[in-house]
Design a protein around this ligand. Structure first.
Ligand code: FMN
Length: 325
């Protein structure tokens, strides 16, 4: 079995975590990942305090294993954050702070509530900022990943972050979907991986079945970075672009963002309706390039087990056999 310092720090069996992905996470998905020995995380930034209590209760009814609550710092409601801290989750998973926000204030509050703190960074400077503010774990997120990402690819970013924040442990994110990814991340100096897209295509994922199938059907070459979904949603992020599936909606507005701003309300309404009805041409689907590695829709428990077993096979047998003494 692969065991890294993150397993002890977080009291988990496998160094495999779920990214808190807003409405793309749900209590059943979070509980399934944690029950399988990984670390589940519930996206909370858009939830009211009441919803946070209700959904955290939903996770706790299904498992007593550790899990995290995820907040986008630039867009965090104080009452929701306070509600989350009251619930004393094992982990507070933060991401996307504005440059003027003081990370230490947030991290100290989480520590006072007895939580471990993770912070996601897409650049070395952001990782160092979080390390200096007292994060327990840095999540180094490469641009291959789904959702909001930065500009650096996982391959150079991960070892650069590992070196910059040592001895603080690092979880690698962005482009990881199988045991080969976990073995590679460990070789780059990370202590584990955090996955988004892979868990979207799981039985427990709350995504519409058409969106899950679109991930399975993707060859990984059909994603693109754009701020079109955010313009439509009327939300400005601190320096992020979204990696999502290239579809009719994205193509219609690419290069015509000014026109999208002009027709924002109508475009947003169409987009919401398409998401509800499972229209993959008109609804935005955030997914990473690793969609090309995803060929089925298994239970989250099986995803965790398969990744752990495949990585162990590579590290314990395949790679050692290549070393000649
Ligand atoms: C649909 C979707 C929504 C996401 N929302 C969030 C979020 O709310 N908070 C966050 O920290 N990360 C979010 N992410 C990023 C993930 O936490 C993770 O870094 C990313 O998915 C890793 O890349 P992968 O998709 O290749 O596994 C999101 C990703 C996706 C695909």
């Amino acid at each position: 079995m692969i065991h890294t310092p993150i397993c002890d720090l977080l009291d988990i069996e496998h160094p495999i975590a779920l990214g808190g992905m807003g409405s793309a996470t749900s209590p059943p998905l979070v509980a399934a990942v944690s029950r399988a020995g990984g670390l589940g995380a519930l996206g909370c930034h858009y939830l009211t305090p009441e919803q946070i209590h209700e959904r955290t209760g939903g996770v706790r009814r299904e498992t007593n294993k550790p899990f995290g609550l995820n907040f986008l710092l630039f867009d965090t409601r104080e009452d929701s954050l306070a509600a989350a801290l009251e619930l004393r989750p094992a982990v507070m998973q933060f991401a996307w702070a504005r440059p003027d926000q003081n990370l230490k204030d947030y991290f100290d509050r989480a520590h006072e509530a007895g939580c471990k703190v993770t912070h996601m960074a897409g650049a070395v400077s952001e990782a160092v900022r979080a390390a200096e503010a007292g994060a327990d774990i840095i999540i180094a997120q490469g641009t291959e990943g789904g959702g909001h990402v930065g500009w650096m690819a996982s391959m150079p970013l991960i070892p650069m972050v590992v070196d910059a924040v040592a001895p603080i442990p690092v979880l690698a994110a962005g482009g990881f979907a199988d045991g080969r990814g976990l073995a590679a991340a460990l070789s780059l100096g990370a202590d584990g991986i955090l996955l988004g897209t892979r868990f979207l295509a799981s039985v427990e994922s709350p995504l519409h079945p058409n969106f899950k199938q679109a991930i399975v059907d993707s060859d990984g070459h059909d994603t693109q970075l754009s701020d079109i979904p955010d313009i439509a949603a009327g939300q400005v992020w601190p320096g992020a672009m979204t990696r999502s599936r290239r579809n009719s909606f994205i193509e219609r507005w690419a290069g015509r963002e000014w026109a999208l701003r002009q027709n924002r309300a109508e475009a947003h309404a169409r987009l919401q309706a398409a998401r509800q009805s499972g229209d993959i041409d008109e609804g935005p689907l955030s997914m990473g390039q690793d969609a090309g590695l995803i060929h089925d829709i298994p239970r989250a428990e099986d995803i965790v087990r398969r990744i752990a077993e495949e990585a162990e096979e590579i590290l314990a047998r395949k790679l050692p056999a290549l070393v000649k003494h």
